[in-house]
Design a protein. Structure first.
Ligand code: GRF
Length: 203
């Protein structure tokens, strides 16, 4: 399966996906990394590893026009599955329709709680005892598509946004490659909002 990864910043989830591929935990290939910001940290990692990448700056561009550029680039690289990894931009409905049920996102909360920005801060300020992260299929609304995989992270009394975010991030790095591998193995069937996941076949 050929992956297109969209990033805006640090790119640690992109790294986790690339590392899972190197360790043969994920049977896929990164066809292209697309970044909307020229100075994103994640670009250095792509350069070091020789992973094909392209900066398509989004500043000042209309959403539809921007998304068309990204769709064209993904198609040029024959991408099967698009993985948003800290891509800080809403996608248009036409983007979602160009890759139906083929766009995934990772979000640092147990959705549907705390969608949007600063999910870790939202969870801490709300006072939940358990938060976590979610890999979901992207639809045209924010952080709202069918949920594929979640991991729970307890909130400690001593937590700050930074310490909580770090523990959630470690779980993000674990579940995102796993969710992609489920797609690679075609083990996921959507029934409405519900993702049915076929168990591993045991000999
Ligand atoms: C992660 O917390 C992810 O859940 C959210 O944005 C952050 C991206 O981090 N969507 P990174 O760029 O992958 O390090």
């Amino acid at each position: 399966m050929r992956l297109g990864i969209l990033i805006s910043g640090r790119g640690s989830n992109f790294e986790a996906i690339a590392n899972a591929i190197s360790r043969r935990k994920l049977d896929a290939e990164i066809a292209i990394v697309i970044c909307n910001r020229p100075n994103a940290g994640g670009l250095d990692f792509a350069r070091e590893r020789g992973i094909p990448m392209r900066v398509i700056e989004s500043r000042g561009m209309e959403r539809e026009a921007y998304d068309k550029l990204v769709i064209d680039e993904l198609r040029t690289h024959e991408v099967d599955l698009v993985c948003l990894a800290g891509f800080m931009r809403l996608l248009s409905a036409s983007f979602v329709h160009a890759f139906p049920n083929r766009v995934l996102n990772i979000h640092p909360s147990l959705l549907p709680a705390f969608p949007g920005l600063d999910a870790q801060r939202q969870a801490l300020e709300y006072g939940v005892r358990i938060t976590g992260c979610t890999v979901h299929v992207v639809d045209e609304f924010l952080d709202s598509g069918p949920i594929l995989v979640q991991s729970a992270v307890p909130v400690l009394d001593t937590d700050t946004v930074e310490t909580l975010s770090a523990r959630i991030l470690a779980q993000e790095h674990a579940i995102y490659p796993k969710a992609i591998q489920l797609m690679v193995e075609r083990r996921i069937t959507l029934q409405g909002r519900r993702a049915m996941i076929r168990e591993d076949e045991v000999d």
